[in-house]
Design a protein around this ligand. Sequence first.
Ligand code: PEP
Ligand code: MN
Length: 297
Amino acid sequence: MIVASESAVRQYPELRLTRRSARPEGTVVTVRGVEIGGPGIVIVAGPCAVESEPQLLATARAVKASGAHILRGGAFKPRTSPYSFQGLKEEGLRLLAQARAETGLPIVTEVLDARHLELVATYADILQVGSRNMQNFMLLQEVGRSRVPVLLKRGMSATLEEYLNAAEYVMSNGNPNVILCERGIRTFEPSMQNTLDLNAVPMLQRLSHLPVIVDPSHGTGHAWMVPRLACAAVAAGADGVMVEVHVDPANALSDGQHALTPDEFAAMAGQIAAVGRAIGRSMVASARAGDSGAEVA
Ligand code: PEP
Ligand code: MN
């Protein structure tokens, strides 16, 4: 007879700071008044790459109007080909700051290399460490010494143990404000860019106290799949989603294939709110004017 008890979950004693028992109540990262990891669901939205002032501002206004809480946009882009658009670099950061000033949305942008950290940290409310850099231990140590919160994306072939060890690098260097982001892993299936590992959501929340969000854009590689997987992520217990939105996906300089239009984003935001209600979660409160910096609740 099978005894109705919870199956054992492997413990990782070396995860000193990230493990759930280090902070059983959970970590809430607060960025300009937006709480990530609390009871509310957070939506991060924006283009893959900042391309121009009109592109970014139109996208920022649209996602803000439809309920996004945080604006994303890459200024330094990790591209597979060296001949692909690499980002607007500092000009992209300036445009993000302009979009923040206009909309009030906090901004998250990728820091690709430790040499850019000082520059990126002067603009960003959240530093993104991309999938390809999840085990760039020098970069993890540097962002760990920063006071800016870190959105750490899962490496495309990383186990959860490796992933939490990466977060451990950031935390052990002094930065407690780490947000985890499942963004799809490499599997044998070629019809999608990645396989979104929604199993990781409850398991990461079980193993760790850190907030967990999901990126169904890179996790699928197909715009038409994004709203369904965003809803599934919320149903699985994610603290939020991060999605790519472009005013003209067909002409995007990167990742147009999985970018939502503003209208598609608006429809998805309504669906996310409905799924949230079904599981007893509401949308997080938006940024308040005058809020700045980060704090851990
Ligand atoms: C991104 O979010 O812009 C990105 C490059 O994602 P990833 O690092 O997950 O590929
Ligand atoms: Mn992208």
